[in-house]
Design a protein around this ligand. Structure first.
Ligand code: ADP
Ligand code: MG
Length: 628
């Protein structure tokens, strides 16, 4: 960084995270340098939108016809490319906070993700994050921003080589707005997208890059003294005239994504109220989707093509917060305040309709392009489930979209598909919920179901437990946890046999109950087991042990849960216990066997042991066979 040129120049440092994003971005995007132009044009357009919005209430801030445009200027002698706009501009403080920091709450998570990514996927990651202004440093060795805030008579120059510091000094700018001047690097990086070297000082080359998305920009873009774009926003055009590539380019522009959207929904509502909606479902999960404080919605609200709210929360429910896009309504007042929006009947009506459309389109994708839907569900399924948890699935359309793993081998299943495969005499939809699919798959609870070829859903998404507290039935069939309540699939003779045996072994069962009284409500003989010696069964209305741990970790009250220990009378270990007890109820070996059976029942379901070291000692003692 050059030393301060004069006494009014101040040197400041980038926020640490901003520096890091900058470094990683240059590393990741060097083959896609043309990104910078899209970002600068989109910033200029945002700034013009903001100025127009402010002028609604302060007409003196309005831009003149000549100002309300974006200009791209090339200067071969100086080796500069500049993007100029007559937008809202930035004050000194805004230059510092907007260009010197990365204020997004997801930044930390994003950086962690980026550091561990393969270099081949890094560009996609960084594309999703939206590098914005910093992408200028892909092609520039120094960037100068001269800006004047609308309504102020001060101008400031911000300047940086992107290496950790920037300078600020007073400047001259005749009108409100911003000029971004890129001093181009001597060796411009090759573009992989076009497969060509773009000469950023050549008007024709730059025009080709601008053309790709400029028509989506609502403000005139001038290059070489000529306006390049039709300024007809994409959503105002008729659906059948728009090519899929145009939708995709538009999506990439508004979402800063690299990939095509997974789903595009474009429709016009006519009649009592008129509006157009253009919505996209991304093909991947954005980083900030689960961050607190992030916008709950990414839908922009326009009124007659004027941007009113960038991230309007009132147009879609939070469980569709992964949807990007916009609504352009003609029947709202231009100066509608953000607080009023929520209570406006028209806005509520739009929200209802948008929600229905998105859910219907998802259902269609599920029916017609299963593989694509499955990918999408892997990214956004957990968020969709929030809709059911929030009780917003009155017409049961969301429940039909859910996909679950199951004990049936091939792929994931919907509830409807499960129901279609149910045995004639099967009364319930069986499921087992827990943390990890692999643990669930080998759970002893599944043994009797496998033997009878009854399918069990394996629910390992952490939100499934919440979901199940709302979703108690589907298509008239109750959902039933296989690790809780009575074992209804056992035959009467099996139940009778277990009871008869229990009568004979009452003393043993009672002594087990006494020994394990802290954790176990009852000891009994099981009809559920084929191969394993023991398992733990909860109350019908109880929560799973995993859920109990989640609640505990979150400092929530956990209902006291003792579960029943069920023993497999045909297992050698249980037989040995019965023999040992018959010989000498007081023998130390009896207590050890009970401890062992209880401990391994916990391990088999993925629960931690209360005292693992003690259990380890017990195991060695039993294997070596010295019981004292
Ligand atoms: P984003 O546009 O996603 O917010 P950027 O890195 O592109 O991120 O820009 C950061 C911020 O800098 C913008 O939000 C805006 O406040 C400000 N900014 C950038 N370019 C301009 C401009 N031409 N006019 C006014 N403000 C701008
Ligand atoms: Mg931007």
């Amino acid at each position: 960084m050059a030393p301060a040129m004069n006494s009014t120049t101040e040197t400041l440092r980038f926020q640490a995270e901003a520096s890091e994003v900058l470094g990683l971005m240059i590393h990741s995007l060097y083959r896609h340098p043309e990104v910078f132009l899209r970002e600068l044009v989109s910033n200029a357009s945002d700034a013009l939108d903001k100025r127009r919005f402010e002028a609604l209430t302060s007409p003196e801030l309005a831009a003149s016809e000549g100002e309300a445009r974006i200009r791209i200027e090339l200067d071969a002698a100086q080796r500069t490319l500049s993007v100029l706009d007559g937008g809202v501009g930035m004050s000194r403080e805004e230059l510092v906070s907007n260009l010197g920091t990365i204020a997004r709450s997801g930044t930390k998570a994003f950086l962690a993700e980026l550091r561990k990514a393969e270099s081949s996927t890094a560009p996609e990651l960084i594309g999703q994050f939206g590098v914005g202004f910093y992408s200028s440093f892909l092609v520039a060795e120094r960037v100068e921003v001269v800006s004047r805030r609308a309504g102020s008579d001060e101008s400031w120059r911000w300047s940086s080589d992107g290496r950790g510091e920037f300078t600020l000094e007073p400047a001259e700018r005749a009108e409100a707005g911003t000029s971004v001047v890129l001093h181009l690097k001597p060796d411009e990086p090759q573009s992989e997208d076009s497969g060509e070297h773009v000469d950023w000082l050549d008007e024709g080359s730059v025009r080709n890059v601008v053309k790709r998305y400029s028509d989506f920009v609502a403000w005139p873009i001038e290059l070489g003294g000529k306006v390049q774009n039709a300024q007809k926003p994409l959503w105002t055009r008729s659906k059948d005239e728009i090519k899929p590539e145009e939708y995709a380019e538009f999506y990439k522009l508004i979402a800063h994504d690299w990939k095509d959207p997974a789903l595009t929904v474009h429709f016009k509502a006519e009649g009592t109220s008129e509006y157009t909606a253009l919505l996209f479902v991304p093909s991947e999960k954005p980083f900030d989707m689960f961050e607190r404080g992030e916008p709950r919605s990414r839908i922009a609200l326009y009124v007659k093509r004027v941007l009113i709210v960038q991230d309007c929360e009132d147009l879609l429910p939070p469980w569709l917060r992964f949807v990007r896009g916009l609504v352009d309504a003609s029947d709202l007042p231009l100066n509608v305040s953000r607080d009023v929006l929520q209570s406006t009947p028209l806005v509520r009506q739009i929200k209802k309709r948008l929600t229905r459309r998105v859910v219907d389109e998802l259902a269609r994708l599920l029916a017609e392009k299963r593989a694509e839907f499955e990918t999408l569900f892997a990214h956004f399924g957990s968020v969709l489930k929030e809709g059911i948890y929030a009780g917003e699935d009155e017409d049961k359309k969301l429940a039909k979209l859910l996909l679950f793993d199951s004990t049936r081998e091939e792929g994931r299943t919907t509830l409807a598909e499960y129901v279609a495969r149910m045995h004639k005499e099967q009364k319930a939809i069986y499921y087992l919920a827990g943390n990890e699919k692999s643990v669930l798959e080998s759970s002893p609870h599944l043994e009797s179901y496998k033997k009878r070829e009854l399918e069990v859903l394996l629910m390992s998404d952490p939100v499934d437990e919440w979901l199940l507290s709302r979703l108690s039935e589907f298509d008239g069939k109750p959902l039933q946890a296989v690790d809780r309540g009575a074992h209804e699939i056992a035959s009467d003779s099996e139940k009778q046999a277990a009871e008869d045996l229990a009568r004979g072994q009452r003393a043993l069962l009672t002594s087990i109950e006494e020994q394990l009284t802290q954790d176990v409500s009852e000891a009994r003989f099981s009809t559920r087991l084929c191969d394993s010696p023991a398992l733990l069964v909860g109350d019908p209305g109880g929560i799973s042990p995993q859920m109990a741990r989640v609640l505990k970790a979150a400092n929530q009250p956990v209902p006291e849960q003792k579960r029943a220990l069920e023993l497999n009378p045909d297992h050698a270990l249980v037989k040995r216990l019965m023999d040992a007890y018959a010989k000498d109820p007081k023998a130390a070996g009896v207590g050890d066997l009970v401890e062992l059976l209880h401990g391994q029942a916990l391990l088999a379901e993925g629960s931690p042991l209360a005292d693992p070291a003690k259990f380890a000692k017990l195991l060695s003692r039993m294997v070596v066979g010295t019981s004292q």
